[in-house]
Structure formats: C-alpha cells, structure tokens
Ligand binder design. Structure first.
Ligand SMILES: [Fe+2]
Ligand SMILES: [Fe+2]
Length: 185
C-alpha cells in the first residue's frame, strides 16, 4: 500500500471538510478496516473509498454534473455520494472503478454490491460516533454478517424516514434491501 498517497489524500480532504465531518471520516475508515478483516475485500480499495466517501459533502454540483446526476438530484441528502465519485476522479485522480463505486453507492447501496461497497456503506452507518436505537446490536451483528447488519441499517433508515415523513428515500435503497434479503434467505 502506498501510504504517501494516503497522506496526500487526507491532507487534501481535510481542507474540503469541516472538522467534525473529517473526524466522522476517520472513524469510518477505522470501522471499514475492522469490518474488512476476515473478508476477501481489497484493503486498499476499502481504505481509500472510506477515506474519500464524503469528499463532496460540501460541494455544489456544476450544471453539467447536476445533469449527469439527474437521478439523484431530487434527493439532496445523497447527492454527495455520486458527486463524490466524480470529485474523487477529478480532484484526487482516482480511476479504480471499485473505489469510485463504493463512494457512489455509500448512501443507497445497489443490487449486486461488491464486498468493498458493502463495507463502506456499513462502516459509514455504524462508525463509533453514530448513535441510534439498536446500533450496538447492529455493531455486534456486523461481526457475524455484514449483509444482515446492512439489512438492519436499511430497515432502520426506512422506518426513520417513514416517521419523519418529509423526505423520500431513493428507490435504490429499497432495491438494496430486497437484494440483500433475497441473498440471505
Ligand atoms: Fe455520506
Ligand atoms: Fe459519511
């Protein structure tokens, strides 16, 4: 692994995020590395994708990017994920599709996710700074099964949005849930 590259990425990233968002990022990297142990995930992909997953959190898409991301633009909370994969390419020079997809799908997931995509998704949701009802049970479950822990995270998100009722979830979220449930019958 090229640690000079990792250092360069994190120095650059720090300037693009708030202090608290950067701290969340570091906790996400730690959780992702922990989840990746004992799986056949590529550790470099996991490390770089988790580091850059929120790189576009404070970036407004240009008109051209907004056009490219039209399937996501009605969901303001998650635009930073697909936009992040564009920024990772343009600003950080990332070309590895495995990294770009793990960034792109970190909030919604998708069908047929790779192990690296699942790890970044789950690490983001259950890193040590997060707190929501049942999270400790999900952290324990994640040690047994990344898929089952993801199912619980997504169900919780759907339930949360249902009670708030002011925001709609992207259809990919539902597709990810049924895909994971089908795979884990
Ligand atoms: Fe995010
Ligand atoms: Fe995040």
């Amino acid at each position: 692994m090229d640690y000079t590259k990792i250092d360069f990425y994190s120095e650059k990233l720090k300037k693009m995020l708030t202090q608290s968002r950067f701290e969340h990022t570091i906790r996400t990297v730690n959780k992702a590395v922990e989840l990746a142990k004992g799986t056949d995930a590529d550790m470099e992909v996991v490390l770089i994708a988790s580091l850059l997953h929120d790189c576009a959190k404070y970036i407004e898409p240009t008109a051209q990017q907004a056009d490219e991301l039209k399937d996501f633009m009605q969901y303001p909370q998650i635009v930073h994920a697909p936009l992040g994969s564009i920024i990772a390419q343009e600003e950080f020079g990332i070309t590895d599709e495995r990294i770009l997809n793990a960034i792109k799908y970190h909030t919604t997931g998708r069908e047929n996710m790779s192990i690296e995509e699942k790890i970044v998704f789950l690490a983001d949701a259950i890193e040590d700074g997060r707190s929501f009802g049942g999270i400790n049970e999900i952290r324990e479950l994640a040690k047994e099964s990344i898929d089952l822990a993801m199912i619980e995270v997504i169900k919780g998100t759907i339930e949360f949005e249902r009670t708030k009722q002011n925001e709609e979830l992207h259809p990919l979220t539902y597709q990810t849930l049924s895909y994971l449930e089908k795979e884990n019958l």
